[in-house]
Design a binder for this molecule. Sequence first.
Ligand SMILES: Nc1ncnc2c1ncn2[C@@H]1O[C@H](COP(=O)(O)OP(=O)(O)OP(=O)(O)O)[C@@H](O)[C@H]1O
Length: 278
Amino acid sequence: MATVIEVRDLWFKYPGVDDWALRGVNFTLSSGELVAIIGQNGGGKTTLAKNLNGLLKPTKGVVLVDGLDTRSTPTREIVRRVGYVFQNPSHQIFESKVWEEVAYGPRNLGLPEDEVRNRVRWALSLVGLEGFEDHNPYDLDYSKMKLLTIASVLAMKPKVIVLDEPTTGQDHAGRHVLAKLVRQLNSEGFTIVVITHDMRFVAEVAKRVVLMADGRILLDGPTREVLYAVDVLRRAAIKPPQIVQLSLALREIGFPMNALTLAEATEEVARILRGTLK
Ligand SMILES: Nc1ncnc2c1ncn2[C@@H]1O[C@H](COP(=O)(O)OP(=O)(O)OP(=O)(O)O)[C@@H](O)[C@H]1O
């Protein structure tokens, strides 16, 4: 798969702060990946993510997006390639109609109005918000507001979408819709980076997981491998998902469990019980 983002020995310091927020991060993102960045508060997840879309520029080291160095490329060129969905929808929404909100980005790219229209229709239908075009975004429920912010980013057709804590404040139904949407967007070719504390979401959605602590990457690998590396997770003060905890407890008493999700655990337990009862 082609490389979309390459981060080489990235160090980052906020102005006026002595401590490094990022300390020598190396990270490659290939086209089509669905990566979760996890870690304790203050570990550097958001700082890394904002360096991926040019909102922040490296203090030392290099970030290449589509081969473009974020320090020497105009930020708008980076932002159109890497879209960022903020944690709090009200920090992102500023138009008074859903349609206008989604149209803002493509218009800003200078696209002709018929292309803007096509993109708005396409983005709203992808997130399931057709029929809400004339609504005021602030009249939508929280789950739909989040979907609207995703549609606004989609309408720019970025190669990479960064979702910052997408499930915060979502109820069960909202989480489910988001998990389905993220998987669907990824299967339609979008490369996705999710920053999250929601370990169940990680287990259900991510294909690769990056664990950060103190501005460094501690682990980077396939989801199952990282979520079962419980000693390293513990050192980073991260609790594995409940299904992993259950599976490990069952492993201790001799059952070969390797599940990440409830569906997998159910299947594995049924298989083990069928074998035991024979
Ligand atoms: N705007 C800022 N100004 C100064 N320091 C900051 C700023 N934003 C973050 N930091 C510091 O940079 C370090 C990394 O923070 P960052 O927000 O990237 O971590 P995080 O893993 O995303 O945490 P959280 O899960 O709480 O969002 C922390 O020490 C934090 O205090």
